[in-house]
Design a binder for this molecule. Structure first.
Ligand code: SF4
Ligand code: SF4
Length: 356
């Protein structure tokens, strides 16, 4: 009888056993690389060895059938080695140029687009949503799939002024959501408290400590220990909801999308930057989120038309000025774009204590 496989709790595994043999042999000894076409990388080592990488888009959340199909393609058309990028693209490595086109043909025939390299719009990095997390206000993966269906041309071609990194985040305290274009959930009403449940479910001091603007106070309600929120202070961030689910902040009408522009994590060519709000209250409208797609396409089309070569979206907006950005994209500039909040110094919970 076969023995059950026991988990090995040792952190991130050693990379070496999973490297393609050509990569292992030439590790740290590469001469140059180029991109013969969108979605294909060619690395040449000082030894003269070459390795070809074919990058394909995936819908990110995959079932077992799809993963088996991708691995079967790897066994039949590649050389048994794959890796996933941080944007959920799958990459197949082959050591001979003659294997590249049959692999591309097979992936394309099965519906996996080839691209995501260079100055394309690569796959959108998104957070886990309902599959893994208990607090999302939307289905980030669904919004991503719907949007990439519309942007597939820009995934398959490298026609943008520079690379475009889009992110989404399904709550407002978010584990993602900083990119050239970021699509993040935005709550616009304070949490609604179910006072019957707070005493049973929540550790009240933890919840009070969690609020970044000190808007939560302990309170007795109907003879039971509960909490209350000072709604004049609350910035609707949703940070109280994870440790205290009875403080429900998700709302079908008042939890919408906001689109932010100009974030950059890398140090390449220019320093990292924070993004800025360009559209708020965009409807959270499943299953295709057409309003989100319209905003993103407006931004991309103006950027593609107007930016200089190698300008990232934020660099382009800074050069032309944010006034021109709104004119060129056609997005309305409203009072919600002005950050006039003056309470930070008095109320911001700026302690450096780590809180859980
Ligand atoms: S962004 Fe928020 S809701 Fe979405 S997976 Fe991360 S913590 Fe959960
Ligand atoms: S944690 Fe955020 S949502 Fe909750 S009360 Fe404080 S500011 Fe409002």
């Amino acid at each position: 009888m076969s023995q059950p496989r026991m988990p090995v709790e040792c952190g991130v595994p050693e990379i070496e056993p999973y490297l393609h043999p050509v990569m292992k042999k030439n590790y740290g000894d590469w001469k140059y690389h180029n991109r013969p076409r969108p979605g294909v990388l060619r690395h040449v080592a000082n030894s003269g060895d070459e390795i070809w990488t074919v990058r394909a888009g995936t819908p990110r959340q995959m079932d077992v059938t799809m993963i088996r199909q991708l691995m079967d393609i790897c066994d039949e058309f590649a050389e048994g080695y794959v890796r996933f990028t941080s944007r959920s693209n799958i990459e197949y490595m082959v050591s001979e140029e003659s294997k590249v086109q049959p692999l591309i043909d097979k992936l394309t025939a099965e519906g996996y687009p080839i691209g995501g390299t260079g100055n394309s719009v690569s796959m959108i990095a998104h957070t886990q949503g309902w599959l893994h997390c208990d607090i999302p206000g939307t289905d980030a993966s669904g919004a991503v799939k719907a949007l990439m269906d519309e942007l597939i041309y820009e995934f398959e071609h490298e026609e943008m002024p520079n690379r475009v990194k889009i992110t989404t985040s399904c709550c407002q305290i978010n584990c993602g959501g900083q990119g050239d274009i970021a699509i993040n959930i935005q709550h616009t009403k304070p949490p609604k408290i179910n006072h019957d449940l707070v005493a049973n479910v929540c550790e009240r001091p933890t919840v009070v400590a969690r609020c970044p603007v000190a808007a939560i106070r302990p309170a007795m309600v109907n003879g039971k220990p509960s909490l209350e929120v000072d709604e004049r202070k609350c910035i609707c961030c949703g940070a109280c909801f994870p440790p205290c689910p009875p403080m429900q902040i998700n709302d079908p009408e008042h939890s919408n999308f906001a689109v932010w522009v100009g974030g950059k994590n890398s140090n390449a060519r220019s320093k990292p930057t924070f993004h800025k709000l360009v559209a708020s209250n965009v409807p959270n409208n499943p299953p295709r989120w057409p309003e989100v797609a319209d905003v993103v396409k407006q931004i991309l089309s103006a950027y593609k038309e107007d930016a200089k070569d190698y300008e990232r979206i934020g660099e382009w907006a800074e050069r032309i000025g944010w006034g021109s950005f709104f004119e060129k994209t056609g997005l309305p500039f409203t009072k919600y774009h002005i950050d006039d909040w003056r309470g930070a110094r008095a109320t911001l919970n700026a302690s450096n204590h780590v809180r859980f």
